[in-house]
Design a protein around this ligand. Structure first.
Ligand code: NAP
Length: 497
């Protein structure tokens, strides 16, 4: 820890006030209520390991009430004028932006990311509401004629129906708005289960949506430590028509099996194992800058995190030196403190996993260029770490690291690096750094991924279709096609008589 002289950006009493003002019950049919069992669970600040709140622990019984509400409200909600739905989202966007510091404080306190990054996520998250407020009034259809000229083909778009939304802990606000935004725009009702580690940000978002005028029963939220029971109740209900999930491939694949029972539409934003490729003709300053963004965003706890940094052999030592220098200069500490660049990992399990992955790589020949030893301090802190000489059989080559560890792997030829980059079941994102335009296009096209950052370490944007191929998922969130995931086509055959 190098934060001895730092001060808190938000006073402790103010943090307590903000946290204690968040409703901590379930939100079903427009009302806050305890779980039927009365159970609650604790939310912990990963920087201090202290409990900051206790939240209602919903069960299958609560889940049933929530999904039945969706069934009841869906027909009327689907008839709401698009402009009305649009304006709810637009008001929610304004409200989020006017509470940027407050939401960032909640997020930093419950999941650890530095305050400045949390503010960045608040703005990114709000943009999904603004984007989909604009999409809500642009849901169009089609009118054509059959080839023989005898029939009209009238194609309209309808909301898919009640949706199951499930989000992870790493981007507690943005993962929610990326699903709720298009669902509201399309006219779908929702049951929403945020991650148990970070429910507070989502509950604060619910309050904003109520204030923005979202009608009763459209959004129903069940916080729980029994994710399997709650979500199974929804998936087997026969009421839900769609599931939109962001999280691990293991859980996503389980949900796809459940979705098969009632043939539900499914969107899956799952794990990644991003290759970050630096060719010898790249602008090394840009490549290092890109690596900082792609690796260190959210302490490396991102599905888009650069997991394997392939660097052409001639420039690998210099790239490794510059990256180690930059990472060693970062300040690790409580995200709410001034000057903190790197916050804690989300929980003890995450910290132990990163420690194990580094120990495994070292036992197989990797060299620690910087970092590599957990910090002796309360909180789940792990220092930014650069590893060189990482062997192909190190576990972190085939698993998501989800921590601030950058393994640098030298390569010789373009063909070799493309083969190695694609040698993974995942295919979310890849990064390519080169000044050769032909090569940039060629390699981008050859990578088996849904997104490519070309001389850029950041790809996420509400205006772009976010998503992956292979085990990284199905469907896209954001962009022009984001709303399609929540719409069905209906075709009317009308003879010309
Ligand atoms: P996770 O364990 O799969 O959890 C994600 C969500 O699923 C949480 O709300 C979790 O609830 C819930 N869940 C757990 N078990 C479930 C079950 N049996 N049935 C239904 N829901 C269940 O993933 P995570 O550890 O929170 O998040 C990290 C993963 O998400 C990484 O693999 C990362 O790459 C991926 N991710 C992907 C994207 C993307 O857009 N592609 C974005 C962010 C993260 P609990 O919280 O109660 O466990």
């Amino acid at each position: 820890m190098s934060t001895t002289t730092s001060t808190s950006l938000v006073a402790q009493e103010q943090i307590s006030e903000i946290i204690s003002a968040i409703p901590t019950d379930l939100f079903i049919d427009g009302e806050w209520a305890s779980a039927a069992s009365g159970a609650r669970f604790d939310v912990v600040n990963p920087a201090t390991e202290k409990v900051i709140a206790s939240v209602a622990d919903g069960s299958a019984e609560d889940a049933r009430r929530a999904i039945e509400t969706c069934a009841r409200v869906q027909p009327e909600w689907a008839r709401t004028p698009p402009r009305e739905r649009s304006e709810i989202l637009r008001r929610a966007y304004d409200l989020i932006m006017s509470r940027q510091d407050l939401l960032a404080t909640i997020m930093t306190t419950e999941m650890g990311k530095p305050f400045a990054e949390a503010k960045g996520e608040v703005a990114y998250a709000a943009e999904f509401f603004r984007w989909f407020s604009e999409e809500a009034v642009r849901i169009s259809g089609d009118l054509t004629t059959t080839g023989d000229g005898k029939n009209r083909i009238l194609v309209s778009r309808e909301p898919v129906g009640p949706c199951v939304l499930i989000t992870p802990w790493n981007f507690p606000l943005a993962m929610g708005t990326r699903k709720i935004g298009p669902a509201v725009a399309a006219g779908c009702t929702m049951v929403f289960k945020p991650a148990a580690l970070t429910p507070l940000t989502s509950l604060a978002l619910v309050e904003i949506l109520i204030e923005a005028g979202l009608p009763r029963g459209v959004l129903n939220v069940v916080t729980t430590t029994s994710a399997g029971d709650v979500v199974s109740e929804w998936m087997s209900s026969g009421i839900a028509r769609k599931v939109s999930f962001t999280g691990s491939t293991a859980v996503g694949s389980r949900l796809l099996k459940q979705a098969a029972q009632h043939v539900m539409r499914s969107s899956m934003e799952l794990g990644g194992n991003a290759p970050f490729i630096v060719f010898d003709d790249a602008d090394l300053d840009r490549a290092v800058e890109g690596a900082m963004a792609a690796k260190m965003r959210n302490m490396g706890e991102a599905c888009t995190a650069a997991n394997r940094l392939f660097v052409q052999r001639t420039v690998a030592p210099e790239f490794t030196r510059r990256l180690s220098e930059r990472l060693s200069a970062l300040t690790v500490g409580d995200g709410i403190d001034s000057g903190t660049d790197v916050g804690p990992l989300v929980e003890a399990k995450a910290l132990h996993k990163v420690e194990e992955l580094v120990a495994d790589a070292v036992s197989k020949g990797a060299m620690v260029e910087s970092g590599g030893v957990r910090l002796d301090h309360p909180g789940y802190f792990y220092p930014p770490t650069v590893l060189s000489n990482v062997s192909n059989d190190a576990a972190l080559m085939s698993e998501e690291i989800f921590g601030p560890v950058a393994p640098v792997i030298p390569f010789d030829t373009e063909a070799e690096v493309v083969t190695r980059a694609n040698n993974t079941p995942w295919g979310l994102v890849g990064y390519v750094f080169t000044q050769d335009l032909d090569r940039a296009f060629r390699v981008s096209e050859e990578l088996e991924v849904g997104m490519v950052g070309v001389n850029s370490g950041i790809v996420s944007n509400p205006a772009a279709p976010f998503g992956g191929v292979k085990a990284s998922g199905l469907g896209r969130e954001g962009g022009r096609i984001g709303i399609e995931e929540f719409l069905e086509y209906k075709y009317l055959a009308i003879p010309k008589v």
